[in-house]
Design a protein around this ligand. Structure first.
Ligand code: UFG
Length: 339
């Protein structure tokens, strides 16, 4: 299949590009390179030649309709995967306009262009943030979606749009609600590189490496056993694998429709537990200090991923937090060495 990967040069997108190539599909990457990297694409393409696959890269922005029309005019596609959106919970509280505009207009444009090109399969990068502060743990997909941030609201709105487009436009779509994607390709090559970095595991490892000041722990007065927030960390390669399975699932669906799946490990770890795991893996102390709570952070987000396991056949390859951190440690410590 030829699969448009919007945001294919980013952290999760580049793992996806590699995974598509490994599975024998041709990725058509569409990226404005605002947060993506050329090196990530070069790395993701490494296995392509041996498989006689010619990945395509199209430079453009989902906020520009002409760019999207050009993408679909020049490239036949069977499915679209949409990774290109801002995804920082706390930033969305500070800059709601950026999030509503980017997520809603970008997705509407992409859906319109795909519909015009008669592409009827769509996989959307959704988020645990659609649940807000959930009443139950682990969270199942039928728990009420009551977002508490602009990022969560806008992403949930896109899910509702996808649901409406099933009937109106014959769209077959899946929303994958990621919990906390983390880790790096175990062979090196692909990994996380955000500027500025805001995510916990990279910040813990960078603090160990002395690349940043001591880790700030955002809040120690949450209603959790140790007072710090609990999250569900899921290996980035397993997130990409879920998309591949979602693609198979959409191919097998005779009728238009929309489904949402949680993508998480089902296990929750507090910030202090993540630090302890990083200390076990690296054999080094994490320098840290407690700081104020960050805006938009719910105390606990842990997935039930049973639906993805049963319906998609998803089975995480690296379910252990220590192993996820080990892949990230290899990545960050290798990059810290002078080349
Ligand atoms: N944290 C710190 N210090 C840091 C960074 C993070 O204490 O330097 C804390 C946060 O306050 C939070 C936890 O660590 O409690 C995890 O924070 P991340 O920034 O790593 O991840 P988030 O849970 O905020 O968000 C991530 C993605 C979102 C996604 C969400 C789903 O960035 O896109 O997971 O759970 F919606």
């Amino acid at each position: 299949m030829r699969v448009v990967v919007c945001g294919g040069a980013g952290y999760i997108g580049s793992h996806m590009v590699r995974k598509l190539i490994e599975a024998g599909h041709t990725p058509v990457i569409f990226d404005n390179m605002s947060t993506g990297h050329q090196w990530a694409l070069a790395e993701a393409f490494k296995g392509a030649e041996a498989k006689n696959i010619q990945p395509v890269v199209v430079s453009g922005d989902v906020l520009n309709m002409a760019d999207l029309e050009n993408l679909f005019e020049k490239n036949q596609a069977d499915a679209v995967m949409h990774f290109s959106a801002r995804s920082l919970v706390s930033e969305s509280v500070q800059k709601p306009d950026l999030y509503y505009h980017g997520i809603l207009v970008g997705s509407l444009n992409l859906l319109a262009a795909a519909n015009r090109a008669r592409v009827d399969k769509f996989i959307f990068s959704s988020t645990a943030a659609v649940y807000g502060t959930p009443d139950q743990t682990p969270i199942e997909e039928n728990c009420p979606a009551r977002p508490i941030t602009p990022y969560g609201h806008a992403t949930r709105m896109v899910e509702m749009i996808l649901e409406d487009y099933a009937q109106a436009q014959g769209l077959k779509s899946v929303a994958l609600r990621y919990f906390n994607a983390a880790g790096a390709d175990p062979d090196g090559g692909l990994g996380e590189d955000h500027t500025p970095e805001t995510h916990l595991i990279p910040n813990v490892l960078k603090a160990i490496l002395g690349q940043t000041p001591p880790l700030e722990i955002f809040g120690n007065d949450y209603p959790t056993p140790d007072g710090t927030c609990i999250r569900d960390y899921v290996y980035v390669g397993d997130v990409a694998q879920a998309h591949l399975l979602a693609l198979n699932y959409l191919n097998s669906q005779p009728e238009p429709g929309f489904s949402a799946f949680n993508i998480g490990s089902g296990k929750g770890f507090s910030v202090l537990e993540v630090m302890a795991a990083a200390e076990r893996v690296t054999g080094q102390w994490v320098p840290y200090a407690f700081a104020h709570r960050r805006q938009g952070d719910p105390p606990v987000l842990v997935a039930s991923a049973e639906k993805a396991k049963k319906t998609l056949g998803w089975n995480p390859e690296i379910p252990s937090l220590d192993e996820i951190i080990r892949t990230a440690w290899r990545w960050f410590s290798r990059r810290a060495q002078p080349s």
